[in-house]
Write a protein that binds this ligand. Sequence first.
Ligand SMILES: C[S@@+](CC[C@H](N)C(=O)[O-])C[C@H]1O[C@@H](n2cnc3c(N)ncnc32)[C@H](O)[C@@H]1O
Ligand code: SF4
Length: 392
Amino acid sequence: MTRDAKLLPDTGEPGFGVYVHWPFCAAKCPYCDFNSHVRHQPVDQERFTAAFLKEMASMRALSGPKTVTSVFLGGGTPSLMKPETVSAILDGIARHWHVPDGIEITMEANPSSVEAERFRGYRAAGVNRVSMGVQALNDRDLKFLGRLHNVDDALKAIRLAREIFPRMSFDLIYARPNQTVEEWERELRQAISYAVDHLSLYQLTIEEGTPFYGLHKAGKLIVPDGDQSALLYEATQEITEREGMPAYEVSNHARPGAESRHNLTYWRYGDYAGIGPGAHGRLTHGPKKLATATERKPETWLELVESDGHGIADQEMLGYDEQADELLLMGLRLKEGIDLVRWRQFSGRDLDPEREGFLLEHGFIERLGNSRLRCTPAGMLILDSVVADLAR
Ligand SMILES: C[S@@+](CC[C@H](N)C(=O)[O-])C[C@H]1O[C@@H](n2cnc3c(N)ncnc32)[C@H](O)[C@@H]1O
Ligand code: SF4
């Protein structure tokens, strides 16, 4: 893939993204319920590469010819992939779909698995944006989060990413046990000073089935309550806005024009092909979207792809109501809100005027001209109930 083309501007269209999932990590973080697995034997990357390419052909058959607007290599820890693996995947994508120069090609990376030579290899393969899981900027909290890196490693990785890639983002997890607003504000300001143009700032969520879930249930891990979380969230909005990196989505902040094109496709309810173990896809067929989900377990997925050409475990044409709910759930996370014409297209109906009126009156949503609707800052704080109200 071409390396040097200038990033194409955001057209505001939902777009078509290709997601590829690398399902392995060096260690499992105690808060994480993503499809990530630890293997003590080396992973056979050649075998996985062949399977990615095979499944890609099946997804191409389902999507039809398309112009790709973004690629995302997520995980797991994709920075454990060899550059040759990344190169083969990106070349495969360009053989199956039309890939214009200058589209966003992101790869997730862990600071503990960053190496200059591999980073240069990813860049040569076509990656032009890195999203790094920094999570915290103090060693005590990194340890608590079970991370393999310390602050020094994180800063080195950030420096290297800034040197090699034109675009870079990093993730932090806040609302940690006992975290005060003052501590978080200090850490966030420091993060902004290292950032290029994009930051993902997630509140710690306790996911079922994780070690943190057990500790939380046993009363041994106490996370900030609703009021404290709201204070932390508000401080996050205030500081990032003041520093020129406002939220364009609940947890994502960017300088204008530096928003993640790939994630915008999800939130604008565009189409995407999901390749690899546990990847999800949404592919438009007429007025409906086909939802695909592949087998999560890496080795089972591998065998399925080798025998059947794909690892799809679930495939379903979504109904109008499901599409309507998904569009709301994704779109109301965005500052730009949802396009009501698209809502009508996918739902086959108009929003219930009574419910909309109620939320408008109480200042939880607002209209942007005639054709857009979005959450107000007050609505964002209770996003789940706003969505539930409109979706019913
Ligand atoms: C799938 S991970 C991939 C990034 C990379 N593997 C890493 O962790 O460095 C994407 C991001 O989700 C966030 N995340 C995962 N579990 C979370 C949780 N329970 N609460 C809040 N954020 C979480 C982390 O910030 C993480 O960087
Ligand atoms: S490194 Fe990332 S994907 Fe892997 S377990 Fe930790 S948070 Fe999850």
